[in-house]
Design a protein around this ligand. Structure first.
Ligand SMILES: N[C@@H](CCC(=O)N[C@@H](CS)C(=O)NCC(=O)O)C(=O)O
Length: 200
């Protein structure tokens, strides 16, 4: 088994989906968490000066989505069928747009913070959760996962991000049930119960 070290900040952000991939695969990894205080000193020595990075037996991999897809392929959470693989990639890109809306709100300048926070909660969350609800329904009525009949990295990236704000999916019944399904997988449940606490 290779030696995996995953380095990210001590929050969910762009890192939690990959941690979930390891958890669900049952593959041990070093969960290396960098505090915001220590980051400026470490940054010059990190490839491309951003996180996350994955180190596998000394080889460095960058870009959160590429890392997640790479591990998904290795551990069996990425479809080999080209149509299904497209759907997984489509969801990954939708989730990137969703994350960007969060980032805009999170780092808004003080004079725009209130308006952007309101816009995020009242417009963007319902908009993106509505898209996710539709995608679930399109896959066999929404009783299973996002793509095909097995868990893929698409499910894990949605779960990692959407689960941080339960209020946001209470009015989307398929998405809500999906969140329960993923959260109740034994290995995911164990991870959720033991992972370091963080709001986002
Ligand atoms: N496209 C990159 C974006 C990486 C990125 O923006 N990382 C942020 C944290 S989410 C970061 O390293 N910020 C610290 C900095 O830029 O100094 C990815 O998805 O991995």
């Amino acid at each position: 088994m290779p030696n995996y070290k995953f380095t990210y900040f001590d929050f969910h952000g762009r890192g939690e989906a990959t941690r979930l991939v390891f958890a669900l695969a049952g593959v041990p990894f070093e969960d290396d968490r960098i505090s915001l205080e220590e980051w400026p000193n470490l940054k010059p020595n990190i490839k491309f000066h951003r996180l996350p990075i994955l180190e596998v037996d000394g080889k460095i991999y960058t870009e959160s989505h590429a890392i997640m897809s790479y591990l998904g392929r290795k551990f069996g959470f990425y479809p080999t069928d080209i149509e299904d693989a497209f759907k997984v990639d489509e969801i990954i890109h939708i989730m990137e747009d969703y994350l960007q809306e969060f980032v805009k709100k999170h780092y808004a300048p003080p004079d725009q913070k209130e308006a952007m926070t309101k816009e995020y909660f009242e417009v963007q969350i319902p908009r993106f959760n509505g898209i996710l609800e539709q995608l679930l329904v399109e896959n066999g009525g929404g009783k299973g996962y996002f793509v095909g009949n097995e868990v893929t990295v698409a499910d894990l990236i949605v779960f990692a991000f959407v689960s941080d704000y339960e209020e946001g999916f209470k009015d989307f019944p398929k998405l809500k049930a999906f969140m329960g399904r993923i959260g109740n997988l034994d290995r995911i449940k164990d991870w959720l119960n033991t992972r370091p606490k963080s709001d986002y």
